[in-house]
Design a protein around this ligand. Structure first.
Ligand code: SAH
Ligand code: SF4
Ligand code: F3S
Length: 489
């Protein structure tokens, strides 16, 4: 822990007292029950933990059974049409309960709330509250308003809100790994993407509060944090922001100012220094912004995991240009070469791919497959293009690739990824890897599971005395496309 002396941080005690107070107040006065369900990306799940903290302070306890709840929140995603449809279907289930229990309040939070605003109240009659991602501090007031019979909407997007002073209440936690939100919003304008509209302008969170949250998690037994942002490489905290935040914050009052700009590489280093036994991951990296400085920082610290989620979206330069990704195929491959050069073959790389973007030809689709062959992704998240209202692509281009073709291209991408994943995993057979135990394997009570540095799930036989949160060495002797199997050494 003495490694952190040179960093400007708030005391762990201070952060601890915040969190204790929140949960105690919550349970002492709790009469009402909150049920919260989350969809979409990790940022949304992380936001639900902030929302829970805000509601606990207002006297709500959480319940995992929505039939018991006084208030139901659905934290929603708008990224593809299907994501919104899932939420609408779910509202039908809640409707059945609400008919028997009309006083139960239903709130829609997150990206769908932001995109549709008050329109949602018109379309979904059972909804009482609509709150966008930057207005969660207003939730207790909006709930009171709804209890008094008037529906509440707040979809104000902020240029400053980072919830930096709120200690999240961890939900569905394994007690070992946790997410830390380091920034909000997105200033990129990828033409297919709804996020800049639902999450607003990009802003970075105070590094002191990030380090304090990591310290607090470590103190409570957590051994891995994932730093979250839509584009973590553009994280930036300036001395001016620092002074402004200090005036408004109760957290950082007695600390020295940061005298220089803190970029993402600096932040990674600050969090890595919290403790060498705390693993650090991050997501998502943007190919246009990931720097060699970040790669060198990763190399310098063993506890920064050697894994990068670097979404390509397409392997073709013309399509990338239409997508407004602001890099071309060559640039992307250059970044991959830099990763391999600095961090070696063992660094895990994953991607997001979109099949059937507007005007994509068969040859251009083939370019995506050949990019995959070159990079050899460990895994990918793969999607069919789904047009989103209001985005640049929806305004400028026709969604002209027929669904069966999109589907077929997606199947080809998925099949290719599966082959490559197996090929990559086979390279690990015979090697010994360090694994952080996350808990019992889903396959069998007799086995434990965790991940290696490159983010691969590793399963091995349980041994007396081993617990989650411990590091072990496992020799890999088999694999599937998604998992490594091994034995303790
Ligand atoms: N900020 C991250 C991605 C956030 S959204 C990044 O820039 O990489 C997660 C993924 O959803 C995207 O990477 C993209 O592959 C996919 N996605 C976004 N909009 C989409 C759309 N309209 N149709 C299909 N997939 C989409
Ligand atoms: Fe969307 Fe692009 Fe921002 Fe990612 S970087 S959230 S894909 S606009
Ligand atoms: Fe979905 Fe919003 Fe995340 S649209 S992917 S929940 S930022």
């Amino acid at each position: 822990m003495d490694l952190i002396k040179d960093i400007d941080i708030i005391s762990a005690e201070e952060a601890a007292s915040c969190e204790v107070k929140v949960s105690e107040e919550g349970s002492k006065t709790a009469e009402k029950k909150l049920y919260i369900e989350s969809y979409g990306c990790q940022m949304n799940f992380s936001d639900s933990e902030i929302v829970t903290s805000i509601m606990k302070k207002d006297g709500f306890d959480t319940t995992s059974n929505f039939e018991d709840a006084d208030v139901v929140f659905i934290n929603t995603c708008s990224i593809r049409e299907k994501a919104e449809q899932t939420v609408r279907n779910r509202l039908q289930n809640f409707n059945k309960i609400k008919r028997q229990k009309p006083e139960m309040l239903i709130g829609i939070l997150g990206c769908m709330a932001e995109r549709l605003k008050a329109q949602l109240l018109e379309e979904e009659k059972i909804v009482d509250i609509v709150v966008g991602p930057d207005a969660y501090r207003d939730l207790p007031a909006l709930v009171k308003q709804a209890e008094d019979g008037s529906k509440g909407v707040n979809t104000f997007l902020s240029r400053e809100e980072t919830y930096g002073d709120i200690s999240p209440i961890r939900l569905n936690s394994n007690g070992v790994t946790a997410f830390i939100s380091i920034m909000r919003g997105c200033d990129n304008m990828c033409s297919f993407c709804v996020v800049p509209f639902t999450r607003g302008r990009e802003r970075s969170r105070d590094p002191h509060s990030i380090v304090a949250e990591a310290q607090e998690l470590f103190k409570n037994g957590y051994r891995e944090v994932t730093l979250l942002g839509q584009n973590v490489d553009s994280y930036k905290w300036s001395p001016e922001q620092n002074n402004k935040a200090r005036l408004n914050s109760t957290l950082a009052k007695d600390e020295e100012s940061v005298s220089e700009i803190v970029n993402f590489a600096n932040l990674l280093e600050m969090v890595a220094k919290v403790d060498s036994k705390l693993r650090v991951r991050f997501s998502t990296s943007h190919p246009k912004d990931i720097t060699d400085e970040v790669l060198h920082t990763m190399k310098k610290y063993d506890n920064i995991c050697k894994y990068i989620h670097l979404p390509a979206q397409s392997g073709n330069t013309r399509v990338l240009e239409l997508m407004n990704r602001t890099y071309d195929r060559e640039w992307y491959l250059n970044r991959v070469d830099a990763i391999r050069e600095i961090l070696g073959e063992e660094c895990g790389i994953s991607s997001d791919m979109i099949a059937g973007f507007c005007t994509e030809t068969e040859e251009e689709h083939e370019d995506t497959l050949s990019l995959m062959d070159y990079v050899k992704y460990d895994f990918s998240y793969m999607f069919m293009y789904s047009e989103r209202p209001g985005t640049l692509a929806a305004k400028k281009f026709e969604d002209d690739i027929p669904e069966p073709i999109k589907k077929r291209r997606l199947q080809e991408i998925i099949a290719r990824q599966k082959e490559i994943s197996i090929e990559r995993n086979k390279l690990d057979i015979g090697k010994t890897v360090e694994v952080l135990i996350e808990g019992t394997s889903k396959r069998s009570e007799e086995q434990l599971q965790g991940r290696n540095s490159a983010n691969k799930v590793v399963i091995f036989d349980r041994k007396e005395g081993l617990e989650k949160g411990q590091y072990v060495h496992v020799k890999i002797n088999d694999c599937s496309a998604a998992t490594l199997f091994g034995e303790l050494v």
